[in-house]
Design a protein around this ligand. Structure first.
Ligand code: DGL
Length: 273
């Protein structure tokens, strides 16, 4: 493993990428669990959304995101996008020797551990749901599990516009989630980076008895474990530095990003992939 013999590899940043802004929910979880890590976030805002694109396109875009992060000399890559995780992670893992982890496996593992009746709901983008990747990962972990899925495309726009707790959000959630919530599921995976922002509304509509799994939080826990196992944790005492790159500047990037992160951000640069 050539790259793992690099001197002071542990001091390098963690690279995180998403199709745009949603992956900041994963970044936020990483900031909390790993406060001393330097983190580089790339949002491919010029080509958002990935959720409606073909598998081939998502793989191609993901490879470009990976190469950008590798050029920044990161020690690990987190694919903070469910659609890219569903389609591209095995391809990305072949390109580099540093650890590459998506949100799919940690989210699936958490759901399998949480369910008592083996009936699991999955909501995500059209791409994620159609890929069946969560379903396959869950069944691999628990053969008895049944997975019920629903694509909730409009949730992405609602989250970006900050319409998370209003009547439109509630009506949209009712329209998407009423059927799936009647399937007897006791656990539901928020299989899209934007959905944790709508957690309260989703929970209100489906009822408190269905437990929600935030793939972002689960992924951050897994990143911590992998870094410990590989002795790659940054041992610095000071707080980690967070840098943000985007492929296009949506007008309100700052506003949305600060809402997703719950903190002010400064280091945002536009880049070409
Ligand atoms: N980041 C995407 C995901 O988690 C949602 C937004 C998009 O469709 O690009 O699937």
């Amino acid at each position: 493993m050539k790259s793992l013999q690099i001197k002071n590899l542990h001091k390098r940043p963690i690279g995180v990428f998403d199709s745009g802004i949603g992956g900041l929910t994963v970044a936020r979880a990483l900031f909390e669990i790993l406060p001393n890590e330097n983190i580089i976030y790339l949002g491919d805002t010029a080509r958002l959304p990935y959720g409606t694109k073909s598998k081939e396109t998502v793989i191609l875009y993901s490879i470009e995101c990976l190469k950008f992060l590798l050029s920044k000399k990161v020690k690990m890559i987190v694919v903070a996008c469910n659609t890219a995780s569903s389609f591209a992670v095995p391809f990305l893992q072949k390109i580099t020797k540093i650890p590459v982890i998506g949100v799919l496996i940690p989210g699936s593992e958490a759901a399998v551990n949480m369910t008592k009746n083996n009936k699991i709901g999955l909501i995500g983008t059209l791409g994620t749901v159609k890929s069946l990747s969560y379903k396959k990962a869950i069944i691999r972990l628990n053969k008895k599990a049944e997975v019920f899925s629903q694509a909730c495309s409009l949730f992405v726009q609602l989250a970006e516009d900050g319409w998370t707790d209003n009547k439109i959000a509630e009506l949209t959630a009712k329209e998407y989630l009423t059927d799936i919530s009647k399937k007897g599921i006791d656990t539901m995976i928020l299989g899209c980076t934007h959905y944790p922002i709508l957690k309260n509304t989703i929970s209100k509509v489906i009822g408190k008895n269905i437990k929600l799994i935030d793939s972002g939080e689960e992924t951050a826990k897994k990143v911590n474990i992998i870094l410990q196992e590989k002795k790659l944790l940054n041992t610095q005492k000071k707080k980690g530095e967070h840098r943000f790159f985007v492929t296009d500047f949506p007008n309100n990037f700052h506003q949305i990003a600060e809402r997703f992160l719950g903190k002010k951000i400064h280091n945002v640069k536009q880049v070409k992939l």
